[in-house]
Ligand binder design. Sequence first.
Ligand code: CTP
Ligand code: MG
Length: 226
Amino acid sequence: MRTALVVPAAGRGDRLGAPRPKALVPLAGEPLLLHALRRATASDVVDVVVVVAPAGECEEVRSLLTSEVPGVLVVPGGAERQDSVRAGLRALPADVDVVLVHDAARCLTPPGVFTAVVAAVRAGAAGVVPVVPVSDTVKRVTGHHVVETLDRSELVAVQTPQGFSADVLRAVHEAAVPGAAATDDAGMLEALGHTVRTVPGDERAFKVTRPLDLLLAQSLVDQEAP
Ligand code: CTP
Ligand code: MG
């Protein structure tokens, strides 16, 4: 049985505001997507890679990756992240039993997080998410009014890669309403009553969302350079 990695990389990156789709924005001269895939494949737990690219950039992504990630499949994404993940799942070979879904935008996620997530799925969890503590106080608001302050000790921020039993994830995505804006895959399992487990995430698995995040990523990559 084999583990697949599905990488949603089809977003435009509106909040980053770069002239290119976010996954193709350069970091130290190479696209975020390439940084993400290098770290994922260095984990040695991934057998099959499917990259979900912006529809207009599939050829560019294919030629970028063929030598770095032999056998990579590149498929066009959809309007929402959930649509892109579903497109990736449909491209998977039938003998895949574990699926990792990993945002291209979490391009500095260390290989060890992939290993830990796969181990937890192989130990029997239907869904697994890497989590980190929340450092800000979080309040629920309506308009400009605070409704309540949430108990921070019970809150975590959720990262990717998220790992799943392939059968469960396929079923959940096929049952979902197309175009609905689910921000993560584990949430779709939770909504259907499946148990989702946590493993420790990593600060470096932050998502490049806004320009400040790219500056942080740049400085981390500079520190890694020999
Ligand atoms: N993604 C995707 N298909 C979409 C939307 C998002 O594959 N239709 C991917 C992005 O490429 C990214 C990941 O999902 O790797 C997380 O999404 P996000 O950080 O929100 O990226 P964007 O949607 O590109 O950014 P924004 O929301 O700022 O436009
Ligand atoms: Mg988005």
